[in-house]
Design a protein around this ligand. Structure first.
Ligand code: PMP
Length: 324
């Protein structure tokens, strides 16, 4: 659908996947005014299609819109459009273990103008693609590189929004991580380069001496939907979950004391990603013998179980895409 100042959002339509034409002076090419979301549809054993908390993606998209001066969407209406589209494309939702249909809603500023100010016209698109299993050989830990030079986001910046620039700004660090043999970047706060923020495209949790700790929403990290679900689930299971500032020194000190039990990331792509290795400056620590911890495994099984309809959903997190 499109947006014009005098019309609001208008002309929602479903068209075959195809290239779009934009004027070279479209504002998106110059000042990065864009937001996006990412969610998945899963096929159950009974051939139902389930979405996991899509209302939260809509809410977050409007928070991102607000930060990027993009006009708000009608969350309920857009969710209805999204469900209609998935229903139409339900044959594309794969059915083997770990697979899903990835859904990417996004908004770009299309006004033809080089003025540095919010655009007056936008396009909202949703594209879909089947995706394979993140763990074709079963869940396994990844290595993480602690970035101490570059910064992903500053408080008051755009770090809490899902906008393209946050990701392109992280490529340098990602390349450093790969050069060091690690697959992901762990970001520290911009001011002191001390407090842990998040991993590439995941939030992060630490189990230290029986307590689960995750960085508090600092005003510069993305509020992950998996993160909020994990916190609720852990509390439901009787775990203590603390959202607070946690420094990288504290994590390494806990390791030295033998108290660092598990580290894992959470996000839509991998759901739970256990961390087996953490590299910070010249020091590399091996966590839980590079094996997936019991808590990470239990969370993974329960969340993916709910997402794919294998387990009951006591939280009401899943939405069925009804067949028309
Ligand atoms: N942080 C960042 C920077 C991300 O891109 C993502 C992925 N959306 C996450 C955290 C995890 O968020 P979610 O659980 O909603 O996928």
């Amino acid at each position: 659908m499109d947006y014009e100042v005098d019309k609001g959002w208008y002309n929602p339509r479903i068209t075959p996947y195809q290239p779009i034409t934009l004027d070279p002076a479209s504002m998106i090419f110059h000042y990065g005014q864009s937001v996006f979301e990412g969610l998945k549809a899963y096929r159950t054993e009974d051939d139902e299609i389930l979405l996991f908390r899509p209302d939260k993606n809509m809410e977050r998209m409007n928070r991102s819109n607000d930060r990027l001066s993009i006009p708000a969407i009608d969350e309920e209406q857009v969710l209805d459009y999204l469900i209609e589209l998935i229903d139409l494309e339900r044959d594309w939702v794969p059915n083997s273990e770990g697979t899903s249909l990835y859904i990417r809603p996004f908004i770009i500023a299309t006004e033809r103008n080089l003025r540095v100010a919010p655009a007056h016209s936008y396009k909202f698109l949703i594209i879909l693609s089947p995706v394979g299993s993140y763990y074709p050989e079963g869940i396994h830990p990844v290595g993480i590189y602690v970035e101490d030079e570059f910064t992903r986001a500053v408080r008051g910046g755009t770090g809490t929004a899902k906008t393209g620039g946050n990701y392109s700004a992280s490529y340098n660090a990602q390349e450093k991580a790969s050069g060091n043999g690690q697959s992901q970047v762990l970001w520290l706060d911009a001011l002191e380069k001390k407090y842990i923020e998040e991993v590439g495209s995941m939030n992060v949790f630490f189990k230290i001496n029986g307590e689960v700790i995750t960085p508090a929403l600092s005003g510069s990290i993305l509020e992950g939907i998996t993160r909020m679900s994990i916190i609720e689930m852990l509390k439901d299971w009787g775990h203590t979950v603390v959202e607070r500032k946690i420094s990288i020194d504290e994590v390494f000190a806990a390791y030295d004391k033998g108290e660092l039990e598990e580290v894992f990331g959470t996000g839509t792509a991998a759901v739970i990603s256990p961390v087996g290795e953490l590299q910070w400056k010249e020091k590399t620590i091996i966590i839980n013998n590079r094996e997936t911890g019991d808590l990470a495994k239990k969370l993974y099984n329960n969340i993916t179980g709910i997402q794919t309809g294998k387990l009951a959903d006591p939280y009401g997190w899943t939405i069925k895409v009804k067949e028309k």
